[in-house]
Write a protein that binds this ligand. Structure first.
Ligand code: HEM
Length: 491
């Protein structure tokens, strides 16, 4: 340790940051609860780039969009790897999904597969009918049982992804695929939470045999690895069986399989590319749509403005569709504000890992450092977004010659070569759920004993952050709205 300290004296300095302790470094400085708030404090104290070290692991925290673009994007060749997670990545095996895949050929190939299907708004157009039908079904479920809002959002997001990824149509209740993938996702989030397992801090524990006292995590890892494999293999087999029977619906997987004979590695790669879509795309979309309902409960004036715009453009006799998108600028601004106001990946979900030593802005960034973009602060920086806690779509409109504030969708999906490849699908799902819900529902505070209950704005501290459960009232806006909701919504 002392030798290292002496040697380091001759090197370019690390970026500034809180002073650590000998050997353990800054172990006490990283909070478990909402670390992005502490990171934002570091930004104020130390500047856009700060540094801590925990048991020899260097961590770089970025608090400005400029530093994130300069490092993660412009120097993407060395800033695009992912950390090795002994429990979640290695023992349970989630490193086969793109989110944790080391940067290299396999990663690039999986990203290319996803890009071909959903790389821009135009490639996604063939999936618009799926989105419209599934969100129409969502309206029916919410109408019948508004108390179960969160479950309906989850079901719908899952249904859309499974339909797009595997051509699978989910059942209304107790769908076996939804149950399986949700179980796998729950386990994924538990085993990739930083600090949840001792083996992540002391990787050599991975060699302890399963029967050894205290090695319960190894048994858990074996069980969770089986769920992970099933989650990828069972839907994949479904597509292959359907294709053999000539009944497969066109999907991400069928497009990658049709007319090709694949090697074992290619087969594995296609299976995991498809499984990744659910792993990365469902919780994130659910959280954002749930936040939209929270925002509408708290900001009724915004809701009324968007409804007036939708009424004027769409009228009362049909549901809105993607064809209306360009005619609804206020609603577009509202969707941007949802992405900004409630940040789903406040710390960028998974850190980028640096594969070569670098010197950036005069600071030494050692090989192996983990880089965390503080996306929450970037979208809540009062220098960029006036009154950031206020839900205000107007900030994105050209108001009285004032420039609109920066587009949050260039920030909330991450940076560089690991930027979210599902961003256009996420954007489409959030837009259509927003516009359809506003067309037919009034969302408001619940009234109890004559008093309106204001929900608290509070988010979970997990990697994918959710608004904490809240209550709201969701009622159809008119009898015409009820008729629209009740129309058939079939493929
Ligand atoms: C509101 C919704 C979403 C948000 C806010 C979001 C945000 C993010 C962020 C911040 C990252 C990390 C980027 C980085 O490391 O710089 C990411 C990665 C990823 N996202 Fe999304 N995402 C969303 C929805 C989706 C959807 C719908 C899909 C696919 C169907 C998806 C697929 C992925 C994948 C595969 C990765 C890993 C990429 C890689 O490591 O190379 N995401 N997302």
């Amino acid at each position: 340790y002392l030798v290292k300290q002496v040697l380091n004296k001759n090197l370019t300095p690390y970026p500034p940051g809180p002073r650590g302790w000998p050997l353990v470094g800054n172990i006490q400085d990283i909070p478990q609860i909402k670390p992005w708030l502490t990171f934002a404090e570091w930004g104020k104290k130390y500047g856009a780039i700060s540094h801590v070290e925990i048991l020899g692991q260097h961590i770089i925290v970025l608090n400005s969009v400029k530093s994130a673009v300069d490092m993660l994007d412009k120097k993407g060749a060395v800033y695009s790897d992912r950390p090795v997670l002994p429990m979640g990545g290695e023992l349970v095996g989630w490193k086969s999904t793109l989110v944790l895949l080391p940067y290299g050929d396999l990663c690039r190939q999986q990203r290319k597969n996803i890009h071909q299907t959903m790389g821009n708004r135009a490639t996604l157009e063939i999936y618009h009918p799926i989105e419209e039908i599934e969100f129409h079904r969502f309206l029916k479920r919410v109408f019948l049982n508004p108390e179960q809002l969160q479950a309906h959002i989850q079901h719908t997001a899952g249904a859309i992804i499974l339909r797009i990824s595997h051509g699978y149509e989910v059942k209304e209740n107790n769908d076996p695929f939804i149950d399986l993938v949700d179980r796998a996702m729950d386990q994924f989030l538990r085993c990739t939470t930083p600090g949840a397992f001792m083996v992540d801090i002391m990787p050599s524990l991975a060699n302890v045999p399963e029967w050894f006292p205290g090695a319960g995590f190894k048994r858990l890892a074996r069980e969770w690895s089986k769920t992970r494999e099933d989650m990828a293999a069972i839907p994949y087999k479904f597509v292959k069986d359907q294709m053999a029977a000539g009944t497969a619906l066109t999907s991400f997987t069928s497009n990658l399989l049709v007319g090709r004979s694949l090697s074992a590695e290619e087969d594995d790669m296609v299976m995991w590319s498809a499984a990744t879509l659910y792993a990365a795309g469902s919780e994130t979309t659910v959280s954002t749509i749930y936040s939209f309902f929270l925002a509408m409960t708290l900001f009724p004036d915004v809701q009324k403005k968007a409804q007036a715009e939708i009424d004027a453009v769409v009228g009362p006799d049909r549901l809105p569709s993607f064809a209306d998108r360009d005619s609804l600028p206020y609603t577009e601004a509202l969707v941007k504000e949802v992405f900004r106001w409630s940040v789903v990946g406040p710390t960028g979900m998974y850190p980028h890992r640096v594969t070569e030593d670098d010197i950036h802005d005069g600071y030494h960034i050692p090989k192996g450092s983990l880089v965390i973009p503080n996306i929450w602060f970037m979208l809540n920086d009062p220098q960029t977004y006036a009154n950031p806690s206020q839900f205000n779509p107007e900030r994105f409109l050209d108001n009285n010659g004032k420039d609109p504030e920066p587009e949050p969708r260039t920030i909330c999906f991450g940076f560089g070569r690991r930027i979210c490849p599902g961003l256009h699908l996420a954007d489409a799902s959030v837009w259509i759920s927003t516009v359809m819900s506003l067309a037919v529902f009034d969302i408001s505070k619940v009234v109890q004993k004559g008093v309106k209950i204001t929900p608290e704005v509070d988010h979970t501290s997990s990697t994918i952050s959710h608004p904490k459960p809240f209550k709201c009232s969701i009622k159809p806006r008119s009898t015409k709205a009820v008729a629209l909701i009740q129309q058939d919504a079939n493929y």
